[in-house]
Design a binder for this molecule. Structure first.
Ligand code: ADP
Length: 151
């Protein structure tokens, strides 16, 4: 390999990385779950973001650690507030699809300054959640690229 040849092929394999090859499983809660239960759920599932769905399993919102912390330091009763009151809701959710380029999804994470994107599948019935793409997934892809090219 000349240096130049190697760089060309790294670029090519970078452009070929897809969301579906690096995504994680989504962790989903109901919009009627209490904030208290969502906090417990986030700890037990060991994730930084919960996706909120309606009774038809359609994406309605996103809950981050700080959304839950912000509510916890207020004077509200965490056992009575449902998460739909405090979540970031549609249509303000940034998402990606499993066939999207990982680079495009990574740009969305950075531009919107969020930790994760729901990976969605649109049907005539609504928006279904099929995965979760986090900054950790991007870091894994970065390492796999280095390993593929013996860097
Ligand atoms: P944290 O709030 O714990 O730092 P994030 O940076 O992911 O975590 O979230 C920042 C804010 O953006 C939160 O209010 C959260 O609800 C919202 N958010 C998180 N992910 C998304 C997303 N994919 N689309 C739109 N808003 C999001």
């Amino acid at each position: 390999y000349s240096g130049k040849k190697t760089m060309t092929s790294v670029t090519e394999s970078m452009m070929n990385l897809k969301v579906k090859d690096f995504q994680s499983l989504p962790v989903v809660v109901s919009e009627n779950m209490t904030v208290y239960d969502a906090i417990v759920h986030m700890f037990l599932e060991d994730v930084g973001t919960l996706f909120v769905v309606d009774e038809n399993s359609n994406l309605q919102g996103v809950l981050s650690r700080k959304d839950l912390l912000r509510t916890s330091i207020g004077s509200q009763d965490l056992n009575t507030i449902p998460v739909h009151i405090i979540m970031t809701r549609m249509p303000n959710i940034v998402y990606c699809k499993k066939t999207d380029s990982l680079i495009v999804a990574a740009k969305k994470l950075i531009e919107r300054q969020v930790d994760s994107l729901p990976v969605i599948h649109e049907t005539d019935k609504g928006i279904e959640i099929v995965g979760r793409l986090t900054k950790t997934n991007i870091t894994r892809a970065f390492i796999s690229l280095a390993e593929t090219h013996d860097l």
